[in-house]
Design a protein around this ligand. Structure first.
Ligand SMILES: NC(=O)c1ccc[n+]([C@@H]2O[C@H](COP(=O)([O-])OP(=O)(O)OC[C@H]3O[C@@H](n4cnc5c(N)ncnc54)[C@H](O)[C@@H]3O)[C@@H](O)[C@H]2O)c1
Length: 274
């Protein structure tokens, strides 16, 4: 095997939603392979904390930019900044999302019948329209540059299967008040697969490769009862550790996946095959 297959030296990767839980892990993976991660987020303080945590874990530089994936002018300014400071863009990771909280009980707000339209619009704007706008601006630049590049859409195991609402059931709560995973999560993640396939063929001749990673849920201090229930749905019997997607991110961002576009890499402990 060519030892340079996974090398990302001299390449700049924009990671949206970079101040959250997984964004910094994508950045650590890229930095360790010699690439320059650029974390992008709307939350300035979280962003700076994330940038520092990446630099301290990877012992490599990491950049950060405040930008809003729902605002085209903000993204255009971010692209100009990257071109001026870092000399180009080799990749985009569409990772930003509004965490679709499981509600229910007294509020009942995440059940389909009561799901607020403005929440639907807010979540779509970040998770789906944001991915479209970032792809158009950063992907469009990569396509026009003559150098190509990669786009990696962070989808979910719930891009392939429906949420199992039994995971969230609460004893003693009426049926029409039971908490549920909101409809937006399923719709956004399924739609990202459509966006992946569309862009992969649209920009194939420009050598902009577009793939999606479908991660299963990450262990993150969930209640014991939830863990017990979800582990029963996963053949490997556990949720993912925070660092378990790093290899996949490097693979999909590097020459190791040079002959792969329009595809999904499903890493969910086997949940979607059961
Ligand atoms: N954590 C998991 O278990 C898991 C599992 C499967 C898929 N995913 C997906 O992975 C991605 C990252 O998940 P996470 O757990 O790190 O999420 P997170 O909620 O921790 O981070 C998301 C980040 O996006 C940022 N953001 C929100 N609106 C934005 C905007 N308008 N512009 C720019 N940034 C904005 C937030 O500030 C936040 O820092 C998401 O797409 C998520 O759906 C996560």
């Amino acid at each position: 095997m060519n030892p340079g297959l996974f090398d990302l030296s001299g390449k700049c990767f924009v990671i949206t939603g970079g101040g959250g839980l997984l964004g910094p892990r994508h950045a650590i993976a890229i930095a360790r392979q010699g690439g320059l991660p650029v974390l992008m987020d709307i939350e300035k303080e979280r962003l700076e904390a994330a940038r520092k945590s990446v630099e301290s874990a990877a012992k490599k530089p990491c950049a950060a930019l405040v930008a809003d994936v729902t605002q085209e002018p903000s993204l255009k300014a971010a692209l100009d900044h990257c071109l001026e400071k870092f000399g180009g863009i080799a990749g985009l990771i569409n990772n930003a999302a509004i965490d679709a909280k499981v509600g229910g009980g007294a509020s009942g707000l995440t059940r389909l019948e009561q799901f607020p339209l403005d929440q639907w619009n807010r979540e779509m704007a970040v998770g789906l329209t944001g991915a479209f706008l970032c792809s158009r601006i950063f992907g469009g630049h990569m396509a026009a540059s003559g150098k190509g590049g990669v786009i990696l859409n962070i989808a979910s195991d719930l891009a392939l299967i429906a949420p199992d609402q039994r995971l969230y059931r609460q004893e003693g709560v009426a049926e029409d008040q039971q908490p549920v995973k909101p409809v937006t999560y399923s719709v956004i993640k399924h739609a990202l697969i459509g966006l992946t396939r569309y862009l992969a063929t649209y920009w194939a001749s420009k050598n902009v490769r577009v793939n999606a990673l479908c991660p299963g849920g990450v262990k993150n201090k969930q209640p014991e009862e939830f863990l017990r229930r979800i582990q029963n749905l996963i053949p490997l019997g556990r949720m993912a550790d925070l660092d378990e997607y790093e290899g996949a991110v490097v693979f999909l961002c590097s020459e190791a996946s040079a002959y792969m576009t329009g595809q999904l890499l499903v890493m969910d402990g086997g949940r979607s095959v059961w």
